[in-house]
Design a protein around this ligand. Structure first.
Ligand code: UN1
Length: 499
């Protein structure tokens, strides 16, 4: 599908595609697919003001009714799953099945949020005073600013907005400037759902298209009590500090440097499949991408040769074609960063397998690459830096505790996994002295998390949690109420204060 076909299947205004001069190109072939109008400072101001107004009405609606809007939105997504997937493929370069998978992730979080809209439960706590009730409730917080990255151009917004909407919060979305069409399509379907729902205030959800400045405007605005930002550690460091400076709250979902430990007893068939998907899927551009392997001495050679054999057969190509497993990198800058990282590894004396550009003749303006494996050896015993490309650093270990220590010895802390059939090793890995990441899997790779669990990581990954479990609490404010239904006024802690 080309962009015109996608827009007409979604019943979107084709005029948007030539509304300005900000060029959007497809990583599939590097060709321009749209010329968009960017939002001005004034446009952003209006959208924030509208969201602040919308909040006053939206928070009054009972949560299960707010859930009804998200239920209708989920229906729209189901109807348009294929088209939205095709748009992800066109604008971000994911293969068909991963594009569809991303839309499925949106549908799943909508279902989750609908159920949640009938919960949003608080607590009752034992009061020390007679005939007093002590309880905790969760209330809507206010407009949520969502900043998302190119690599999950729809789902990350859906995780945030489905929860925010049932929690009673309007949403203002600043998508990556590389994938604004995905954002406009999601917003269009939400507008449709809002029209069907019939009872939502104006300005409940909006998209702002632009570069860094519009993001900064959102981040600095006091009317937006929560900023949920996904992207690099460098971006998060700036956003986190600016939001904190105005006492706002933030959910940060930043870089990963995810490792898999492959132990002596591992099922190598399973480990190989998980590593290949984790390391080269989405062309290495997931925050959960597998970037490091710690292989036990006893299986080191066998695993490496299996991986090399698998890498030889990788179907790299146009992501719009069935059968392709590796699509392009997002742009030339990503390609340069990959080449730089490989050159650095070579300069240190590492063996590098793969790498370099692929399909250059067919797609001279796009950036397809051969995924690479860097064998650490004595030259390199760990890798601390996340390069957003398919590079897998391969290391050797002999003692599990030491491997866990090396795995943890990086600035990031998103996802991790161990492949082992040994129960003691598995339990150690997931224990308090095991992996220090937000995600610690056993016989499951580092990427492709389900929405039901809380998603996010520690250290420079930012500490935020999104998606399932009780992540919703970050989108609400907590209110503690002590209610006295006696005719006395006892003070806590036994204090006497009588005149
Ligand atoms: C991301 O790369 O920003 O676990 C999110 C996964 C996906 C989400 C990745 N469910 O790989």
């Amino acid at each position: 599908m080309n962009i015109q076909e996608i827009f007409s299947a979604l019943d979107m205004d084709q005029g948007i595609l030539a509304s300005g001069d900000y060029k959007i190109s497809s990583p599939v072939d590097g060709k321009v697919i749209a010329n968009l109008k960017l939002d001005s400072k004034d446009d952003v101001e209006k959208k924030i003001a509208a969201a602040a107004d919308a909040f006053k009405a939206w928070r009054r609606l009972p949560a299960p009714q707010r859930g009804e809007l998200v239920r209708i939105y989920g229906e729209e997504l189901r109807k348009h799953k294929e088209t939205l997937g095709a748009l992800i493929t066109l604008e971000c370069g994911k293969i068909i099945s991963e594009g569809q998978g991303e839309v499925q992730e949106m549908i799943d979080i909508c279902d989750f949020a609908v159920g949640l809209s009938r919960q949003l439960y608080g607590l009752t706590i034992a009061s020390e005073r007679p005939n007093h009730a002590l309880r905790e409730s969760w209330h809507p917080m206010g407009p949520v600013g969502v900043i998302s990255a190119f690599n999950f151009p729809m789902a990350v917004w859906a995780w945030n907005s489905a929860l925010a909407l049932v929690c009673g919060d309007p949403v203002i979305w600043k998508p990556s400037e590389k994938t604004p069409l995905c954002a406009l399509a999601c917003q269009h379907l939400l507008d449709k759902a809002i029209a069907r729902f019939g009872n939502a205030p104006e300005g409940l959800s909006s998209v702002i298209i632009g570069e860094r400045e519009v993001g900064e405007q959102l981040v600095d605005d006091k009317r937006v009590p929560l900023i949920s930002a996904t992207g690099s550690c460098a971006m998060g460091r700036v956003v986190g500090q600016r939001v904190a400076a105005r006492f706002g709250k933030s959910i940060l979902e930043l870089g990963g440097n995810n490792a898999i430990i492959v132990a002596e007893s591992a099922d190598l068939d399973m480990a190989t499949r998980a590593i290949v998907f984790g390391a080269v899927g989405t062309a290495g551009q997931r925050c959960t991408t597998t970037r490091r392997i710690f292989a036990h001495d006893s299986i080191y050679d066998e695993l490496l040769s299996r991986l090399k054999a698998a890498y030889k057969q990788l179907p790299i190509g146009n992501p719009q074609e069935a059968g392709t497993l590796i699509g392009p990198l997002i742009d030339g800058r990503s390609y340069e960063q990959m080449e730089q990282a490989l050159a650095d590894a070579k300069a240190k004396g590492c063996d590098v397998y793969g790498g370099g550009r692929a399909l250059e003749k067919e797609f001279p303006q796009a950036y397809y690459v051969n995924p690479a494996i860097v064998e650490g050896g004595k030259a390199m015993t760990n890798n601390a830096h996340e390069t957003f490309a398919p590079i897998l650093y391969f290391f050797r270990y002999s003692d599990l505790e030491e491997a866990i220590e090396r795995q943890n010895d990086v600035p990031q802390g998103l996802s991790s996994a161990i492949f082992t059939l040994n129960m003691r090793e598995a339990e150690l890995f997931t224990s308090a002295v095991g992996s220090d990441c937000g995600i610690a899997n056993v016989n499951v790779g580092t990427s492709g998390a389900e929405i039901g669990g809380a998603f996010g990581g520690e250290k420079e990954t930012g500490g935020g949690r999104e998606s399932g479990s009780d992540s919703w609490k970050a989108y609400m404010r907590r209110s503690t109420a002590t209610v006295n239904y006696s005719s006395e006024l006892p003070l806590a802690q036994g204090i006497k204060f009588d005149l």
